[in-house]
Design a binder for this molecule. Structure first.
Ligand SMILES: Cc1cc2nc3c(=O)[nH]c(=O)nc-3n(C[C@H](O)[C@H](O)[C@H](O)COP(=O)(O)OP(=O)(O)OC[C@H]3O[C@@H](n4cnc5c(N)ncnc54)[C@H](O)[C@@H]3O)c2cc1C
Length: 383
């Protein structure tokens, strides 16, 4: 099914690792809403989660396109990379904007698997997609920041040592440009007090949480880059995030298409395989074409990003098209399986629930369309 031969070795290695984690493993974790720690440990030990860390800090120094291949293969093998993907995309922000001291301090430990950077705290209950109206406040006090406020949907916070946290350091009314006044802190959650994490039970197994900050003191050295510029840093990091998530969606779409194709060949009804009916074939073929088109945009977006260009519109389009392709394939796969699409043991219903997330998070389709309308097509600003 893979037409591109680039990164074949990475694909094979990821596949081999994923074979150790079959459907039964994921079903058990799903049932308990348990974190797939063994899987994340195996990925870490094999060095996959250090793909983007430069060689001088102990990683493999690969580019985003290779990281995207890793995430795609995990999903295509029926596993769930959501347990670990943040380490890849938060990494980009640290690499681009972190100080040399911060990189020396954290990257070798992350590369060696001793430290986990899996949490990214941006969303808040009252601000929603409107990130610039976030309320979590950090006030400088000597050589510390004192943080108060709340985040929501901070995934994997319970399973991470470090959290990249977006806070307001200057009140909105006092900044010259509305995109200023937010700052990014790299919080070592092992060292702070005043931090409470509460799990949120969701439709799928995602280890997401609410996080409360009550006079949490963080050393000023946790600041990434310049104070007040955090929004700019996360926007750049978000392009990497969108491309990696889009690659995961392509992997999911491949899994659904392969699963449906295999089932259509073997399931006999009316004395012949259901796959003989064009009513079954065409939806699978359509999903394949949709996935391949989205895949081209994901590769293109990764290329623009890796060449240092502004990948904003490509990353957004890749994320939108790939999440729509995976969701269409998920729906098609259930339909192809008939009643068995609802039975746990086929893994289709689990992957269906998991795939539903990506037209909503990390950014919803409407906001991508709004970005394209305004920033690419020059239509009037809507909000
Ligand atoms: C399982 C899960 C894991 C997550 N993990 C993380 C994480 O690790 N870190 C983190 O920071 N966040 C995380 N999120 C949050 C996620 O990024 C947000 O849910 C997402 O960005 C949408 O924001 P919202 O839920 O506040 O929706 P809202 O902003 O309330 O929007 C609700 C709906 O209204 C639409 N809408 C809003 N404004 C407009 C407009 N102007 N025009 C048209 N439509 C509009 C949206 O498209 C959406 O469909 C996670 C969410 C989930 C569900």
């Amino acid at each position: 099914m893979h037409e591109s031969h680039e990164h074949d070795e990475i694909r094979r290695a990821v596949r081999a690792l994923c074979e150790e984690f079959p459907g039964e493993y994921w079903r058990a974790k799903d049932r308990e809403r348990a974190y797939p720690g063994e899987f994340v440990d195996a990925l870490t030990k094999a060095g996959f989660l250090a793909a983007l860390i430069p060689v001088e800090y102990g990683g493999s120094g690969l580019k985003l396109d290779a990281a995207a291949v890793i995430m795609e293969e995990i999903q295509a093998a029926g596993c769930n990379g959501a347990a670990a993907h943040a380490q890849m995309y938060v990494m980009n922000t640290l690499l681009r904007y972190g100080s040399e001291e911060q990189k020396q301090r954290y990257l070798p430990g992350i590369a060696a698997g001793e430290l986990r950077l899996q949490a990214f705290g941006v969303s808040e209950p009252t601000s929603g997609t409107d990130t610039l109206s976030l309320k979590t406040r950090a006030v400088r006090d000597g050589d510390e920041y004192v943080v108060n406020g709340q985040k929501i949907w901070t995934s994997r916070a319970e399973h991470s040592d470090l959290m990249a946290l977006l806070v307001r350091t200057t009140p909105r009314e006092e900044v010259a440009k509305k995109t200023e006044g937010l700052s990014l802190l790299l919080v070592d959650m092992r060292e702070v007090s005043g931090l409470t994490i509460k799990p949120i039970r969701t439709m799928m197994n995602h280890s997401t949480t609410e996080v409360f900050f009550d006079d949490m003191r963080v050393p000023a050295s946790a600041l990434i880059g310049e104070e007040g510029q955090g929004f700019r840093y996360i926007l750049s990091g978000m392009n990497a995030e969108r491309i990696l998530i889009a690659a995961e969606c392509i992997g999911d779409a491949k899994w659904f298409i392969e699963k449906a194709t295999d089932y259509a060949k073997e399931r006999g009804v009316f004395g012949r395989p259901i796959g003989k009916n064009q009513g079954i074939q065409f939806p699978i073929a359509r999903c394949y074409a949709q996935m391949r088109a989205a895949e081209l945009m994901v590769h293109h977006a990764a290329k623009v990003y890796d060449q240092g260009g502004n990948a904003g519109s490509e990353a957004n389009m890749a994320k939108m098209l790939a999440s729509e392709a995976s969701w269409a394939a998920a729906d098609m796969c259930v339909q192809t399986h008939g009643g068995f699409g609802f039975a746990e043991e086929y893994d289709v219903e689990r992957k269906f629930r998991e795939a539903r997330l990506y037209t909503v998070a990390p950014i919803s389709t409407n906001l991508i369309l709004s970005y394209l309308a305004e920033h690419v097509l020059g239509l009037p600003r809507s909000y």
